[in-house]
Write a protein that binds this ligand. Sequence first.
Ligand SMILES: Cc1cc2nc3c(=O)[nH]c(=O)nc-3n(C[C@H](O)[C@H](O)[C@H](O)COP(=O)(O)OP(=O)(O)OC[C@H]3O[C@@H](n4cnc5c(N)ncnc54)[C@H](O)[C@@H]3O)c2cc1C
Length: 415
Amino acid sequence: MADERTFVIVGASLAGAKAAETLRAEGFTGKIVLIGEETERPYERPPLSKAHLQGKEGAREKAFVHEPGWYSEHDVDLRLATRVTHLDPPAHTVTLDGVDELHYDKLLLTTGSRVRTLPVPGADLAGVRYLRTLDESDALLAHLRTAANVVIIGAGWIGLETAAAARHHGASVTVVEQADLPLQRVLGDEVGRIYADLHRAQGVDFRFGTSVASFTGADGRLSAVELSDGTSLPADLAVVGIGIQPNTELAVDGGLAVDNGIVVDPGLRTSADDVYAAGDVVNLDHPLLGRRIRVEHWANALNGGKAAGRALLGEDVVYDRVPYFFSDQYDLGMEYSGYAPPGEYDRVVFRGDPAGQDGFIAFWVKDGRVLAGMNANVWDVTDPIQALIRAGYQGRAIDLDRLADPAVPLADLLA
Ligand SMILES: Cc1cc2nc3c(=O)[nH]c(=O)nc-3n(C[C@H](O)[C@H](O)[C@H](O)COP(=O)(O)OP(=O)(O)OC[C@H]3O[C@@H](n4cnc5c(N)ncnc54)[C@H](O)[C@@H]3O)c2cc1C
């Protein structure tokens, strides 16, 4: 018998596209409607601040999740440039662009996140830019090809990767950051310092412990960034990378539980019947970490989207992946697994020399338990690192001298 059900996915990006792909791969033959307000078909965002922003040939095309024909070939009704404006869970309907009502049997919200904006005078001057979408990356790339003085606000992942791209294009680069070090909120001081050194060695100037008071310019164009400490930095391009916020408005409109993201259980179920959520927008009750967490990274969109596809089909999903992300800056590539923000670890153990040429692994440890690990220019170690983190979160302490010793295979540490 034909499956008459309609599954609607709101948010046509990585998580949504992977959910649609999983539904078809698992044999779902009902209707799939994938709705997104952007004009491009689903794409992955990491190249937007890396290969594409550096102008590497072919990087733009490689960013797309599927070939253009994939959606029709798999009978996925992809509706781009369409915003879902209303959600009515009791009626099982969503409203498109304020007009058309669409019934769903199951609904997946993958509405992701958007940039936080900087509300200071002059923020609307031409030359003040943000980076979230492919269009913004295209425009930023064009600007980087000609910019002389680039000021980046925020020394997080987006800010630092953009700084690396700007140096690649030969601009003079200053990074402004409120904290004392880059990436401090995620990595802490020990590894934050490594990133500061990396960028300084590439000619980047940091201004820590200060923020932007205003942008100034002439004829509507940016010419300087004024800092709260009184410094004026000449700039023909400013890139603001001060974090993101989850797109929860639709969930709020539908009366779903929302608290720093859409609240979901380990099965990716929201508080409304037949409504699931995945990706950046989700605040997950994480079974391994034993806390609620919102993960704003690529792997969570990829794997969460796939898991949500299975959940829509009625599978009993337990989404407990170790949080994971990666970053590439200059010739330093890294992968980070786990969760150990400052205040939650008592020491960082290095395996290998962070100042050396051969790469290293950093482990964030508490009471001998590994809570997070970052391999930098060391590859194919994610599985054993994540095994250590799983064991650590389950309460297992290990020998830290052996952890620091590159001669001891990682897999032996749990033996
Ligand atoms: C420049 C950049 C570089 C990155 N680099 C890395 C990296 O190196 N490593 C890493 O791990 N992560 C990286 N990330 C993060 C990663 O890209 C995100 O975690 C991922 O995109 C989240 O995917 P998502 O599908 O959950 O949401 P999103 O990608 O945010 O997509 C959500 C989509 O839903 C749409 N939408 C929202 N509301 C509605 C509505 N009401 N109606 C219709 N459509 C709607 C939005 O327009 C958007 O297209 C990067 C992000 C950026 C911006």
